[in-house]
Design a protein around this ligand. Structure first.
Ligand SMILES: *Cc1c(COP(=O)(O)O)cnc(C)c1O
Length: 361
């Protein structure tokens, strides 16, 4: 039996916390995978034992999203950042243009890549207020090739609560809130997510795409950047990131076994409510995101008196809390409440905040 660590409250923004039982199963598979007496790391990705893994990992995404065979699921390398390029490369035609909503660093990076591939319009942005809110009520063009959104802004702690309705293909970067809440997946033509925030370890990126939107750009395609090539190869056109996909499968199985998205959404709401309640109640802290757009995944907050930072840092470190430093562009604090983080960890943090207030307010 392999011992795992206990009781570090891991609020890391990414790579983020994974369920303890998943880590144990993953460790076991490194030594003896599927009772083969071989490590998962040393067998062919074309072996029967591994084919089962990738097939189930693809299938579970469709099951959790409740979509049918008009969608395909891929696991690719290159992180979500490669999707910033692959999305326009596969969907943006020479004569057309793409529409983007700019809600932060990740959206800006996606826009930068799209502009290299073709005509790109930013139809709404929250840059005027340091990305502290989600733009709403903007006009969505009906002639664009697609609309690109970022469902959750990991760095600024904002989240789209209601997705806009549109007749054009809707593309969404769900890297940091995938499978954290119910979404109507059929409203999206393409969803992508780097695994390392909420569905597995770094190294594999999930892409779910509705097949009818592909093959329309008339671009001569590089094979590795062509979704249709990966679909034809059942996500094994080349050697896929075998181990990250396996750990992603274990995480999705953990989610399904415990009650699926309905189950986790409830817990995620409890975690977010508990922490935002403490931020609002506590006289020493304030939240940075617009209240109605607050993310249930990444909770960003600051001290009214930044000079007390070292004192607060001492307190939460003593409480075995890890990973709540804000992004280097933003400062302050950010607590990430991904699926695998238990409610007790949030209570450990709110208790540390209360103890801090008692001492310094
Ligand atoms: C972390 C993150 C990315 C970047 O993911 P990589 O896998 O590192 O390329 C993109 N979008 C969002 C919303 C993220 O949180």
């Amino acid at each position: 039996m392999i011992a795992t660590t206990t009781k570090v409250h891991n609020f890391s923004a990414g790579p983020g916390i994974l369920p303890q039982e998943v880590l144990k199963q993953a460790a076991e598979a490194c030594i003896n995978f599927d009772n083969m007496n071989l490590s998962l790391l040393e067998i062919s990705h074309r072996s029967k034992n591994y084919e089962k893994v990738i097939e189930e990992a693809r299938h579970l995404v469709k099951e959790l999203f409740e979509v049918g065979d008009e969608y395909e699921v891929l696991y690719l390398g290159g992180g979500a950042s490669t999707q910033f390029a692959m999305v326009p490369y596969n969907l943006l035609s020479a004569a057309g243009y793409a529409a983007y909503v700019n809600t932060g660093v990740w959206a800006s990076k996606a826009i930068k890549e799209a502009k290299i591939i073709g005509n790109t319009k930013v139809i709404a942005s929250s840059e005027d207020k340091k990305f502290s809110y989600i733009p709403k009520g903007y006009d969505i063009p009906t002639d664009a090739d697609y609309l690109h959104l970022t469902s959750n802004n990991t760095i600024y702690g904002t989240q789209i609560k209601q997705f806009p309705k549109t007749s054009i293909p809707l593309v969404c970067d769900m890297s940091s809130d995938i499978f954290s809440r119910k979404v109507n997946a059929k409203d999206f033509a393409l969803i992508y997510a780097g695994a390392q925030k909420n569905m597995g370890p770094a190294g594999s990126t999930m892409v779910m795409v509705r097949k009818d939107i592909l093959g329309k750009t008339e671009r001569k395609m590089l094979s590795m950047l062509d979704y249709q090539v990966h679909i034809k190869g059942s996500s094994m056109y080349n050697t896929p990131p075998v181990f990250p996909i396996y750990v992603t499968l274990l995480t999705l199985q953990w989610l399904k076994k415990n009650g699926g998205i309905a189950w986790i959404e409830k817990i995620n709401q409890q975690k977010a409510d508990a922490l935002y309640h403490e931020i609002d109640r506590n006289s020493l802290f304030y939240g940075t995101a617009a209240t109605e757009d607050r993310s249930n995944m990444n909770v960003c907050f600051l001290l009214h008196k930044p000079e007390l930072e070292a004192e607060f840092d001492k307190l939460w470190k003593e409480a075995n809390i890890s990973g709540i430093r804000g992004h280097r562009d933003v400062g302050g604090y950010r607590a990430s409440l991904y699926n695998a983080l238990p409610l007790e960890s949030v209570h450990a943090l709110t208790e540390a905040m209360q103890a801090f207030e008692k001492k310094f307010a």
